[in-house]
Design a binder for this molecule. Structure first.
Ligand SMILES: [Zn+2]
Length: 169
């Protein structure tokens, strides 16, 4: 169960993001997937095709990358994001069908719609640092300093990497 899924009347509300939980994730450095503390250092997130392409361009040009538009998507552990990239069909898609206006952040819960078409490339990206802003209604994240870039074309692209990650002592 993704940590950012709010509960209501005993049932998870997948389409919503609980502001308090997101704020706690940001302030207490909690993984947005498993809700446990992320160690100091890099954090990971899954990006869609557009952002993946922008990062690839920046890396190729030797420029620092920074997501200009803040996102509602919080960071997570490397293994959690590798996993999320494979089980959530929307994670590797560009921003179609979602966005800030829809109170976004539901990518991690999008596995409920698994089976719908999944297109385009995306990536699991490690960032050296994140910053956040907690507004009365939203929690916004910005990610800086790409330290790992793992683009994918297919849903199972990260399976071997995830296995290796989980096998670590
Ligand atoms: Zn985690």
């Amino acid at each position: 169960m993704p940590a950012i899924t709010p509960w209501e009347d005993g049932a998870p509300q997948f389409a919503l993001t609980d502001h308090g939980r997101s704020a706690a994730c940001a302030r207490e450095r909690l993984c947005s997937v498993c809700n446990t503390v992320m160690p100091r250092g890099a954090v990971w997130r899954v990006v869609g095709a557009d952002e993946s392409a922008a990062i690839a361009d920046a890396l190729a040009a030797g420029r620092p990358y920074r997501n200009v538009a803040p996102t509602l998507e919080g960071p997570g552990h490397r293994a959690c994001m590798l996993y999320a990239a494979m089980v959530c069909p929307y994670l590797a898609r560009p921003n179609a069908r979602r966005g800030l206006s829809a109170d976004g952040s539901d990518e991690l819960t999008a596995h409920v719609v698994r089976g719908r078409a999944r297109g385009g490339a995306g990536a699991v990206v490690g960032f050296g640092e994140y910053e956040y802003a907690v507004t009365p209604t939203r929690v916004l994240f910005r990610f800086l300093d790409v330290v790992e870039f793992m683009p994918h074309e297919t849903a199972d692209a990260h399976l071997d990497e995830l296995r290796a990650e989980l096998a670590r002592p």
